[in-house]
Design a protein around this ligand. Sequence first.
Ligand code: ZN
Length: 211
Amino acid sequence: MPRLCACVAEARIVEVHSPKPENRIGTYPHWTLDAWKPGVPGRIEHIYTHWSAHDYGSVFPAYHFCVAMLPSGTIVVVNTHDVRENMRDVYEGPALPYAQHTRNRNSFALGIAVMAMEGATPFDFGRFPLTEELVDAVCSVGARLAAFYDVPVDADHVMSHAEAALRDGYFGTGKEQRWDVARLTPSPKALVEREALEVGDELRARMCRPA
Ligand SMILES: [Zn+2]
């Protein structure tokens, strides 16, 4: 089975203070949120939003753009994967490298992710919870990418991993299931499918908000 995005609770634990090079912000081009803008033209038709299920500072090349937080609290955008590798039908040449962010949906598709939610459940978001600022940041990244690549910000083109999982039959909190980004604040309520769609709508609305 191909390696999917890191947004999985059972993925290896990355040390916060001494991550591997591939998980270090400094390994990749990175910018403050305000300074970052898309710059590589090409064919992109879909954008998928994730969380990493790790800490705020470890980044992952399974996504193209990671929204991370420095120890100072500054939010940065980290370009962890070359977007050009997904500007093709990746399933026609699966041996060539590409970012494997969303199962069976990686052709002409970008993966963006908030670095957060290690050990989170729908009821308890753990030590690295989503914050309003981080959610706004990933929505800002999504908005800028959608504008640059002319991707409509609607439920068929810009969706969360949870929405893709819902369509493809693996939504949920189980081991092989995904629920990023189906809830923005922890709640004792059971996670239901409708919530994935409602939060997807909210993320898209936030992407459409004037900067
Ligand atoms: Zn994901």
